[in-house]
Design a protein around this ligand. Structure first.
Ligand SMILES: Cc1ncc(COP(=O)(O)O)c(C=O)c1O
Length: 386
């Protein structure tokens, strides 16, 4: 396991006897060695040396065309290849956008709670962070309006669909209000949609790429959760002016496009429906894992309001990787964690997801990494500690 993502594992060494439900990685059995291997063989057999050359800054045109087709088929929203940039994944995209659109000391808004490793990227850029509350419908736009009465950020970072860690999805009216506010106040919205295609019930709202023509929105996607994080590959959809800033950066001028080999390799799998079939299989596998966790925790089914599952208040998410659970008043997840580890189970305590280290009564439980039996066993161990 690489060091960057050891932090994602509650600093627990992954051993046979600890079921670390803090791990937010795809399950090993769900990483498609055959799909990527077949694609690689096909690409190398073509023998075109240009795949090993410096790549076009925006990403290879024919790959962006295939990607736009894939995204249109899977999200139902049309997207022009010209509005896509092939990134090195969401983490790299956040780093690049922070470099290009902020200066040290600038203010950015994040959700409370938020994806904790994004906070490290913003800290690397010397950014000041202000948290905006969220609820079951995602970002609280009234609280945002109030905050905007006091100060304007360079950008607002949101995870609008199956959020990490809460699992919540931002409602359509709030999405529209957020974009209006961005236009009125002149800040950027960075929408991190890594879980957009991992919806297990109903339909997720359309992606933020629908709003890029406002010139205020960057929609960030990734192959990490739908294919393989090891590829370090994703995309940004944004309007011409923003894309010109990205593509014109010194970083890309020097090194060229970010994923020429992986793009050449995956082109056919993205274009010919194989990736789509893989994603459909992932949805079924993750749905089963989520259900195993929900049942073992004794929580109400997805879509139902939060219930008291034994000593844990839980809302089952309709997609993504995570369940966000609340402990009773006066209980701290940070204090429970060492006892949980002794019982052979891990999770990530709430303060990790807070820019102000609050949320001590919450914990994030992941259902992505283990098979349903191990997940259920992990949940039983957790309940035994509580
Ligand atoms: C919300 C969110 N954004 C970004 C990432 C990392 O994305 P990538 O692998 O594309 O850098 C993760 C991974 O856990 C995540 O949950």
């Amino acid at each position: 396991m690489n060091s960057a993502h050891d932090t994602e594992t509650t600093q627990t060494t992954v051993t046979e006897d600890v079921i670390d439900l803090g791990i937010g990685h795809p399950g090993l059995s769900l990483l498609p060695v055959d799909l990527v291997g077949d694609s690689a063989r096909a690409a190398f057999e073509r023998g075109d040396p240009r795949m090993l050359q410096y790549g076009y800054e925006q990403g290879a045109g024919e790959f962006r065309e295939a990607l736009a087709g894939f995204l249109e088929r899977t999200t139902g929203s049309p997207l022009a290849p010209a509005d896509l940039f092939v990134s090195g994944g969401v983490s790299q995209a956040l780093d690049l956008l922070s470099s290009l659109f902020t200066r040290p000391g600038d203010l950015v808004f994040v959700e409370e709670p938020t994806y904790f490793l994004s906070l490290r990227i913003f800290a690397d850029h010397g950014l000041r962070v202000r948290s905006i509350p969220t609820d079951a419908d995602g970002l609280d736009v009234d609280a945002l309006t109030e905050a905007l009465g006091e100060e304007t950020p360079a950008f607002l970072y949101t995870i609008p669909v199956h959020q990490n860690p809460t699992g919540a999805t931002m409602s359509e009216p709030r999405r529209r209000r957020l974009v209006e506010l961005a236009e009125e106040h002149g800040f950027l919205v960075l929408a991190d949609e890594v879980y957009q295609l991992l919806t297990y019930e109903g339909d997720a709202p359309g992606p933020f790429s629908r709003f890029i023509d406002t010139g205020r929105v960057c929609a960030l996607g990734s192959f990490s959760k739908i294919l393989a994080p090891g590829l370090r590959m994703g995309w940004i959809s944004a309007d011409g002016e923003i894309l010109r800033r990205i593509v014109g950066s010194g970083f890309l001028d020097s090194g060229g496009g970010l994923a020429p080999v992986s793009s050449a390799l995956l082109h056919a799998a993205v274009a010919d429906g194989r990736l789509e079939r893989h994603v459909a299989g992932l949805r079924a596998a993750y749905r089963a894992r989520r259900d195993a966790l929900v049942v073992a925790l004794g929580a109400p089914p997805a879509g139902a309001p939060a219930g008291d599952a034994a000593l844990l208040r839980v809302t089952a998410p309709q997609g993504g990787y995570f369940i966000w659970a609340e402990l009773p008043e006066g209980t701290s997840a940070v204090e429970v964690l060492p006892r949980a580890r002794e019982a052979g189970v891990g999770f990530v305590p709430g303060p990790r997801f807070s820019a102000t280290e609050s949320l001590s009564r919450y914990l994030r439980i992941s259902f992505s990494y283990y098979d349903p039996e191990r997940i259920a066993e992990g949940a039983r161990r957790l309940l035994s500690v509580l």
